[in-house]
Design a protein around this ligand. Structure first.
Ligand code: NAP
Length: 497
């Protein structure tokens, strides 16, 4: 099969560098096709855009073996040399920003502006990690024994297997790979089947950057076959996963047999708290940014907007103006504010949550229906709901769609109680101008990240991660690099004094 047979003309025509379009897995520095193929579709118009090879268990075994071999040399490469290679990869990503964004928008649906934003965010992890990798430092300690000295080392953990989701097909890979590679680990990545092309384009650029064979491998295919190879192999020392909480729990159970380290970035149910002293325009802008970015399909999307009754009507009015003004549409069209959901099952799932909220007495103030017929893809209308109960499904489950729902709660104690009344603990938001409330609320919220008058919590320099069933470990900043190292203690005795 030629590239032209595997990829639709509509995508090929958009790219200036067509060799970024790869449809086979990348193992030990070479492209590996599988025994069967699967289709990748554009959620904005349901068209099939590519046919990608599934390498199955055999391919996964080969990738792990390649990563294990490559680890023996990569771990000894100086951090400065590793940084130089990472910076070449970073440069190539920036040079190919437009093409990478076109691939991302085609397979995932987010708008071109959002896609470019994601690629720059993802590239930021590479630059940061390249620098941070040079600063992995141990300490000298005083042992309680005579004639002895001691020190610590941070050494790369080994082969890391990463399983990533479709909502950030580029950045969820670089957020793990960049610190892991900088620390001296080698990688096997299994991207989501909805968005393999962004992962494979990253592999193509890693190859061009000169990252050695076997250091960065991407295996596409059936998760049920590939997953157990990654979690079961004794050569894999760590599983990095971003995705849903049920799959995270399953992988954690599988990894337990080999006592592998796990880093899990899982689902969320973010409260967005608006106190009665908040700047309401800033709060309404914040809700829109947090809730409708990527059509609500981010793990840190505001899931429950909790407003004090004194300002709830005014906030809802401001939200309605903003939600009514949002324009859903194909991510390539200028003026589209939000793209489609990932597929039609997602539209049905979101619509079921909205219908059940309506049936239980909530008011639909804006939107509230699929736009599949009107727009021809997996679109859902930007939606605003109020008057529902905090125990309805819409409030208890991760919505993962463009649906904002407002709940009125009076006292600070009840706000904290409701905000924490969920198994999740990823991101929370507070809008207030009262510094005492800032301290009280940010300390009381059981969440790994708190945005105060700020609707975005993720960056390459800060720790990203959750508490409770939202995950284990942190990505980003110096913490992100440390995750991929083992702390070793060395004691030297017998020193003549
Ligand atoms: P998902 O269904 O859990 O899938 C994520 C990845 O896991 C995919 O590559 C999937 O491949 C794979 N997978 C599924 N079952 C598996 C198994 N048994 N063994 C090995 N791999 C398996 O999640 P999603 O729908 O793609 O993503 C949405 C979820 O991700 C949301 O809950 C969101 O909150 C979460 N998320 C969290 C963060 C964070 O940083 N905390 C960031 C982004 C997204 P297949 O599809 O082939 O099964």
């Amino acid at each position: 099969m030629t590239i032209a047979e595997r990829i639709s003309d509509s995508l090929i025509d958009r790219l200036s560098d067509k060799t970024l379009l790869q449809t086979d897995s990348f193992v030990d520095g070479a492209w590996m096709s599988g025994e069967r193929r699967f289709d990748v579709s554009n959620p904005a118009d349901n068209s099939v855009i590519a046919s990608v090879g599934d390498v199955g268990e055999a391919g996964a075994h080969q990738a792990v073996a390649a990563a294990a071999r490559a680890f023996e040399t990569w771990k000894k490469v100086s951090p400065f040399q590793r940084a130089a290679l990472l910076m070449k990869w970073h440069k190539l990503i920036l040079e190919n920003l437009d093409d990478l964004a076109a691939i991302l928008t085609t397979e995932m649906g987010k708008t071109l502006t959002e896609a470019k934003g994601e690629i720059l965010y993802g590239a930021g992890f590479i630059e940061w990690s390249a620098e941070e990798g040079k600063r992995i430092m141990g300490e000298t300690l005083t042992p309680p024994f005579p004639n002895s000295r001691g020190w610590t080392l941070h050494q790369p953990i080994g082969v890391v297997a990463c399983i990533t989701p479709w909502n950030f097909p580029n950045a969820m890979i670089t957020r793990k790979c960049a610190p892991a590679l900088a620390a001296g680990c080698t990688m096997v990545i299994k991207p989501a089947p909805e968005t393999p092309l962004s992962a494979l384009a990253l592999a193509e650029l890693a190859k061009r950057a000169g990252i050695p064979d076997g250091v960065f491998n991407v295996v596409c295919g059936d998760a049920q076959k590939i997953g157990p190879v990654l979690t079961g192999s004794s050569e894999v020392r760590m599983i990095g996963f971003t995705g849903s909480t049920p799959v995270g729990k399953l992988l954690m159970r599988q990894a337990a047999d080999g006592v592998k380290r796990v880093a899990l970035e899982l689902g969320g149910n973010a409260p967005f708290i608006v106190m009665d002293d908040a700047d309401l325009d800033a709060a309404a802008d914040g809700v829109v940014a947090s809730k409708f970015r990527v059509s609500g399909q981010t793990c840190v999307s505001a899931n429950r907007i909790i407003a004090q009754p004194a300002i709830a009507d005014a906030l809802i009015e401001k939200l309605k103006e903003r939600v009514d003004a949002l324009k859903p549409g194909n991510g390539f069209e200028a003026g589209s504010d939000l793209g489609p959901l990932i597929h039609h099952e997602a539209v049905e799932r979101v619509d079921a949550l909205v219908r059940s909220a309506r049936d239980s007495g909530a008011n639909i103030i804006a939107g509230g229906a699929p736009l599949v017929d009107e727009l021809g893809g997996a679109f859902y209308a930007p939606t605003l709901i109020e008057g529902g109960s905090p125990d309805m499904d819409l409030a208890c489950f991760e919505i993962f769609g463009p649906v904002a729902s407002v709940y009125r709660v009076e006292s600070e104690a009840d706000i904290v109680k409701l905000a924490n009344d969920t198994p999740y603990g990823l991101a929370a938001y507070i809008y207030t101008r009262d510094i005492n409330r800032v301290h009280r609320l940010s300390e009381a919220l059981e969440y790994g990240m708190v945005g105060v008058n700020a609707p975005m919590v993720g960056s390459f320099s800060s720790p990203f991660g959750g508490m409770k069933e939202s995950g284990i470990g942190r990505e980003g900043g110096k913490w992100g690099v440390e995750e991929f190292t083992e702390l070793k203690w060395v004691i030297l005795g017998g020193i003549d004094q």
